[in-house]
Design a binder for this molecule. Structure first.
Ligand code: F6R
Length: 329
């Protein structure tokens, strides 16, 4: 299973490019008199994280409208004039379906990013644009399809400004990432009781993604620290010593201030356990996805080292079953 997963991660450059094209072509019946005042992305887990990536891109590429991410089954009161994009790889996630339904009931402009399921059929029923992404993958592996799709969709209505050139740049960057790049991190995480991933500014999303990938693929306990915020609370935990094996990954890159912050934090990490740096340079779509792809590879290799199946997530399945008995659409 690990080999199959690794070869799916290998297809990220193509998934991104295809996703972007399918996002751009989904908007022909999306009619706005003016650009929406907000982009709201509804989604959970490997699909919801796509909204977090878009939100970070909104800072890097100076979008004209803010991006909000809802990882819940209720919408806020202020959805008027928003584009509500429901992202669910399976199209069957109840929280996302509930958000989509509420958005439609409130008359908001909606769109769906999915490989099928009920989300696709509900969106088609009301004539909302559907960005169809490649089926047959695990949602977490389909990240570039869904992100590319969402970027294509929002770029084409003028709500975002990532543009084709950045997609191409990311395509080439992703092609240069190899499994070997991920090996040291896999060894570190699989040999630790807990893995701490620290990052600053826009790279906090990379740390988040690492935590999710280590949890889902490798079944490894992980925690993220997001600087500068973590310098005002989480950092204090390192005043105490612990008798567990802690592995640290310090994501490096960003502006001069972020660099100084992460250098400072790395010195603290080193006093508590083995610390590896993940150097990503200036924040861009390409570098953020590069960090995420290394996480995909590393967490799959770590699963192999630990002897666990990276693909199966029975506790998510169990949760979804429980939810279906409690959340009615
Ligand atoms: C990631 C994963 C989960 C799902 C989440 C939502 O690979 O399996 O995090 O992404 O349970 O499901 P979808 O993505 O189908 O809406």
């Amino acid at each position: 299973m690990a080999l199959e997963l690794l070869s799916s991660y290998n297809t990220w450059p193509e998934l991104l490019a295809e996703g972007y094209e399918s996002g751009r072509s989904a908007t022909s019946n999306l009619k706005f008199e003016r650009t929406p005042r907000n982009i709201i992305v509804c989604g959970l887990g490997g699909s919801g994280v796509v909204g977090d990536f878009l939100r970070v891109l909104s800072f890097i590429y100076n979008f004209k409208v803010p991006v909000h991410v809802i990882k819940d089954y209720n919408l806020p009161a202020w959805v008027e004039d928003s584009l509500i994009a429901a992202v669910s790889y399976s199209g069957e996630t109840l929280e996302t379906l509930k958000c989509f339904k509420e958005a439609v009931e409130r008359g908001a402009q909606t769109a769906a990013v999915t490989s099928g399921g009920r989300l696709e059929s509900e969106a088609l029923k009301i004539g909302a644009p559907v960005v169809k992404v490649k089926p047959g993958l695990l949602p977490r592996v389909a990240l570039p399809s869904m992100l590319g799709g969402l970027i294509g969709l929002t770029d084409s209505i003028g709500a975002s400004s990532v543009e084709h050139e950045k997609i191409l740049e990311a395509y080439h960057e992703l092609r240069n990432v190899t499994v070997d790049d991920a090996e040291p991190y896999a060894n570190l995480a699989s040999g630790s009781d807990i893995t701490i991933i620290g990052a600053c500014g826009p790279y906090s999303i990379v740390a988040e993604r690492w935590r999710q990938e280590l949890s889902e693929n490798s079944k490894i306990l992980a925690k993220t620290e997001s600087y500068p915020e973590s310098a005002h609370n989480d950092i204090v935990a390192w005043q105490a010593k612990r008798n567990i094996k802690i592995g640290f990954i310090a994501v490096k890159g960003g502006d001069r201030v972020c660099e100084a912050i992460m250098n400072y934090v790395t010195e603290i990490y080193k006093r508590h356990g083995e610390t590896l740096e993940l150097k990503l340079g200036q924040p861009s779509l390409a570098n953020i996805l590069k960090g995420a792809l290394i996480a995909g590879y590393a967490s799959t290799i770590a699963a192999t080292i630990k002897g666990v199946d990276p693909a199966t997530t029975p506790l998510i399945t169990g949760y979804k079953k429980m939810l279906s008995e409690n959340l009615k659409l």
